[in-house]
Design a protein around this ligand. Structure first.
Ligand code: NAD
Ligand code: WQD
Length: 344
């Protein structure tokens, strides 16, 4: 059985990925400092998969501890979710973001090098494309970022590319998965996205309005050059996203020689506007989501959706779940857990 170190495995995407890893016969070992997650998420995953999951509380900034973990376990590879992700906070606290996201990754890569573990899956983001010149966005598109969070992801991608290029004969298998907009939750309704503060992202905001925690949604701009004037994004079900990670590991496992660095989009290839998402949520859940039109949010772009061709060709992965399913699953999680992982 292949052991996989899953940094940030207690978080939103990580917890869903644990389930898919176990289903496909991998053995995850979670490494998380719980700075943005709860140990309850791991307990809930254990209930879903009906087995214990190895959990180590630790920080990727602590290289000594990471070294100890690698001494105690023989890993086939690492999925690196651990990171901070709040765009607004990154503008106010850039050092915190570069430290955590860039230095944390450097530590991990150094320890992996020391132990000869060279299979690496990185949580990148569509944010590395900035305001795209062409749609759908292909992996070879120009990259540029407008905020420290995005820069930290892009910087890590440059590091990973340089690392892969540094070898005449590649020994690293690095896949940078560029996620579009993950939403939804496991069908059990027992795990999901649990923002620690007022949500920055659209779907958790909608679901918290629906459950009565927030009064109304502000739609940030209705004067974009899009069919209904509101921002268009490529929403992807988190379970599909999780499956993409396992496909990436399987792709690595079947290689006979190392390939270096591959960036791969994980998106559906379809755009949905803010008002379309609100409409789908209301019609599938029967809940009310009052909203007002508000000014544009600084730094937002009009439209962003993926070309999902490379993931299909290389990994044999395609997203399966539609927007309606994303809404139903989000609502099941939110309505069953109005306070997230805190006791209801
Ligand atoms: P999340 O905050 O739910 O999960 C991240 C996890 O990492 C948390 O459990 C947190 O406690 C842990 N963590 C943070 N810093 C750490 C450190 N220094 N050491 C150990 N653990 C640490 O976020 P998520 O939505 O699950 O995102 C996972 C990854 O995917 C992040 O790297 C994020 O930047 C990236 N990503 C997320 C999205 C999105 O919209 N959710 C989109 C693109 C990329
Ligand atoms: C989606 C749409 C908003 C909230 C962000 C990060 C990106 C990635 C995913 C990590 C936009 C509109 C939102 C609200 C609204 N994360 N909106 N009212 O901005 O595409 O991407 O999350 O890597 O890096 O930047 O996602 O969910 O914030 O916004 O009208 O209260 O919803 O303007 O059009 P975004 P989002």
């Amino acid at each position: 059985m292949k052991k996989i170190l899953v940094t940030g495995g207690a978080g939103y995407i990580g917890s869903h990925t644990l389930i898919e890893l176990i289903k496909l016969g991998f053995e995850p070992v979670v490494y998380d400092n719980l700075s943005n997650s709860s140990p309850v998420a791991i307990e809930r995953v254990e209930q879903i998969v009906d087995q214990k999951i190895a959990f180590i509380k630790g920080d990727v900034l602590d290289k000594t501890h990471l070294t100890q973990v690698f001494t105690e376990h023989e890993f086939f590879g690492v999925i690196h979710f651990a990171g901070l992700k709040a765009v607004g906070e990154s503008v106010a606290k850039p050092l915190k973001y570069y430290q955590n996201n860039v230095s944390g990754t450097l530590n991990l890569l150094e320890v992996m090098t020391d132990f000869g573990v060279k299979n690496f899956i990185f949580s990148s983001s569509a944010t590395v494309y900035g305001d795209p010149e062409m749609l759908p966005i292909v992996e070879t598109a120009r990259r540029s970022c407008t905020n420290p969070y995005g820069q930290s992801k892009l910087t890590v991608e440059y590091v990973l590319e340089d690392l892969a290029k540094s070898e005449r004969v590649p020994s690293w298998n690095i896949i940078s998965l560029r996620y579009f907009n993950p939403i939804g939750a496991d069908a059990s309704g027992t795990i999901g996205e649990d923002p620690s503060d007022i949500p920055n992202n659209l779907m958790p905001y909608i679901s918290q309005v629906a459950v009565g925690k927030l009064e109304k949604l502000s739609v940030f701009g209705d004067d974009y050059d899009t069919p209904d004037g509101t921002g268009v994004r490529d929403y992807i079900h988190v379970v599909d996203l999780a499956k993409g990670h396992v496909k990436a590991l399987e792709y690595i496992a079947k290689q006979t020689s190392a390939f270096g660095f591959e960036p791969i989009n994980l998106g559906t290839g379809h755009g949905t506007s803010v008002l379309e998402l609100v409409g789908a949520f209301v019609s599938t859940t029967g809940q009310n989501v009052p909203y007002v039109i508000a000014p544009r949010r600084a730094g937002d772009i009009a439209t962003c959706y993926a070309s999902a061709d490379k993931a299909k060709t290389l990994l044999g992965w395609t997203a399966e779940f539609d927007i309606e399913r994303m809404c139903v699953d989000t609502w099941r999680w939110q309505s069953q857990n109005p306070q997230g992982y805190h006791s209801n």
